[in-house]
Design a protein around this ligand. Structure first.
Ligand code: ADP
Ligand code: MG
Length: 304
């Protein structure tokens, strides 16, 4: 079976943690242990998120820019893809033990449209909070800044639609040869086509959308979205909350419209699932990283 595993940010940094090295190593080790049974018998590509980590790296750059030159966001995306890829690779390879199979990270570029509406209207907040004065200075430099009520001014970046995985053939080849491929980490590095070829562009692609595109491209049998809830719910966190064992695309669309899935968390997962299933995919499972240890029996199954 061919599986694309979308690993939520909490597989790396848990709520309340700061993303310290020790925390990362501990969480990634646990995630790898939970995943190993599924990985052993299947062809697998792993796409990890990096929402909190991107924010931290941007912050680090901003705080030290008087001493060390700042790097643009597309380069920071690449740094993180390498950094997290390395840690996941190490942990998985330790779990694979003497097996000939190894995990390998592909630094993945993902094509986006320079005119994507996300660039005109960026919505994804990252990094530091600023005062009004600082915000004005940054605006003059060309950054988009928004005001988050009660918190302050903050830089926002675009989260454009992923159109094409540039290294898709290389990723496929590695997977077909039995490697566990870690790809499109953090949604991949956004690039666009210019007259002079591909160029990096500053944005953060949603990892759920990138994994759906990857799953379509490799004709995956399963898109496995691992997060911190065991199942998808209707009326989430309300009195009449109801967890779903199974969901059809038709119902998913209906519930989406009714607002059951929150923006920036469950909504992109449901949209990514619909997108995969409407383009040839057969099966999506959304569940937690701890439940997956017992196989693919738990969670919310989404089918066409
Ligand atoms: P990840 O890092 O895995 O992408 P997110 O925080 O983006 O994690 O998404 C998972 C979160 O989605 C859950 O922790 C939960 O709080 C939230 N969520 C929003 N709506 C729902 C829903 N209808 N059912 C279940 N979880 C939901
Ligand atoms: Mg998320």
């Amino acid at each position: 079976m061919k599986i694309v595993v979308a690993l939520g940010g909490n597989a790396l940094t848990k709520k309340g943690e700061k993303g310290a090295y020790k925390e990362l190593i501990k969480n990634i080790k646990k995630t790898s242990k939970n995943l190993i049974d599924i990985i052993k018998d299947n062809k697998v590509i792993i796409v990890s998120g990096s929402g909190p980590q991107v924010g931290a790296l941007v912050l680090q750059n901003e705080l030290s820019k008087k001493k060390v030159p700042e790097m643009p966001l597309n380069v920071l995306d690449a740094e993180l893809e390498g950094e997290l890829g390395y840690m996941i690779e190490l942990a998985l390879n330790n779990e694979l033990k003497k097996s000939k199979r190894k995990s390998v990270t592909v630094l993945t570029q993902v094509l986006v449209d320079k005119n994507d509406k996300g660039f005109k209207n960026p919505t994804k907040p990252i990094g530091l909070f600023y005062s009004e004065k600082e915000a004005e200075k940054l605006r003059k430099k060309g950054f988009k800044i928004i005001y988050q009520v009660g918190k302050g001014y903050r830089r926002v970046v675009a989260s454009p639609t992923p159109l094409e995985i540039i290294e898709i053939n290389q990723i496929k080849d590695l997977m077909e040869k039995g490697n566990i491929v870690i790809a499109a980490g953090g949604g991949g590095i956004p690039v666009y086509r210019s007259d002079k070829g591909l160029k990096g562009i500053d944005a953060v692609i949603d990892k759920d959308r990138a994994s759906s595109l990857l799953a379509r491209n490799i004709k995956a049998d399963l898109l496995l979205i691992l997060t911190d809830v065991d199942k998808v719910a209707l009326n989430y966190k309300e009195k009449n909350q109801k967890f779903l064992n199974k969901l059809s695309v038709k119902d998913a669309k209906k519930y989406l419209k009714e607002g059951h899935f929150k923006e920036g968390s469950m909504k992109p997962k449901i949209e990514a699932s619909i997108n995969f299933l409407e383009n040839g995919g057969k099966k999506v499972i959304i569940t937690s990283i701890s439940k997956v240890k017992k196989g693919l029996k738990d969670g919310t199954l989404i089918v066409k």
